[in-house]
Write a protein that binds this ligand. Structure first.
Ligand SMILES: [Zn+2]
Length: 241
């Protein structure tokens, strides 16, 4: 049997009682031998643990490749309307999930390709907790009632209002400045009275947002840019209906 062995370094330790293997973070394999032990012991140990060594060195290589891809992911996500910035860290894990704790989001993923999905799922959950109560407060201000609200991850709309008085809001509204988020909500709630964009509709919008023309303009610029500075949560040009 003449299998090639992994390359290793030998270190003699006065304190070591047994021979042991160390795989450093850069993947370098080291055999630690107690003082006085024959160097053949090192080769024997490496040979007997060859599969284990190969697997761990490969894991390190994969992690290094993964962490390069992760560099392109957002390290912070800002919610202007909540005056909150979430820091994000990414951990390799066999189970895909995420956990938010005191302003820090930890994303666990088995594969970098799944990270956008995990982030979007989290954003939707976050939006469900916040946007509904904001909409409710503005509806009270406008003295109007809607049938229901649902939060979606939409690619093409910031919001919509149906004939059945059901309002849909885009989860990504959470990433907009507060005045623009409020304008979108006022716009959709104004459709409860006018299911069109008539003069009367805009008059109703103006009662609650006199600068609506400026907000519309600003919203258009937001439609064109990537909201988080990364390609993952990009909105593909949502529009207001
Ligand atoms: Zn509209």
């Amino acid at each position: 049997m003449n299998q090639t062995l992994p390359i290793y370094q030998v270190r003699i330790s006065k304190r070591a009682k047994y021979a042991r293997l160390v795989i450093h973070r850069n993947g370098v394999l080291e055999v630690v031998l107690p003082l006085g032990m024959n160097h053949d012991g090192a080769e024997h140990l490496v040979r007997s643990k060859k599969d284990w060594i190969t697997k761990h060195q490969q894991d390190i290589k994969n992690q290094q490749a993964g962490s390069q891809a992760v560099d392109a992911l957002p390290s912070r996500i800002h919610f202007p309307s909540l005056n909150q910035t979430i820091t994000v860290k990414y951990i390799r894990h066999e189970k895909d999930s995420c956990q938010e704790n005191e302003g820090e989001l930890t994303v666990y993923s088995s594969n970098d390709a799944l990270i956008p999905q995990i982030l979007q799922h989290w954003l939707k959950h976050r939006a469900e907790m916040c946007l509904s109560s904001m909409l409710f407060a503005i509806a009270q201000e406008m003295d109007d009632i809607y049938q229901s609200v649902s939060i979606r991850l939409q690619k093409t709309r910031w919001g919509s209002c149906s004939n059945q008085r059901r309002i849909n809001l885009n989860a990504k509204l959470l990433l907009l400045p507060e005045d623009l988020m409020r304008y979108v909500m006022i716009h959709e709630l104004a459709h409860l009275q006018h299911m069109n964009h008539s003069k009367e509709f805009w008059q109703r919008v103006a009662r609650f947002e006199p600068n609506y023309a400026e907000k519309r303009q600003k919203l258009r610029t937001w439609e064109k840019i990537d909201l988080t500075g990364c390609a993952l949560l990009t909105i593909l040009q949502p529009t207001l209906r």
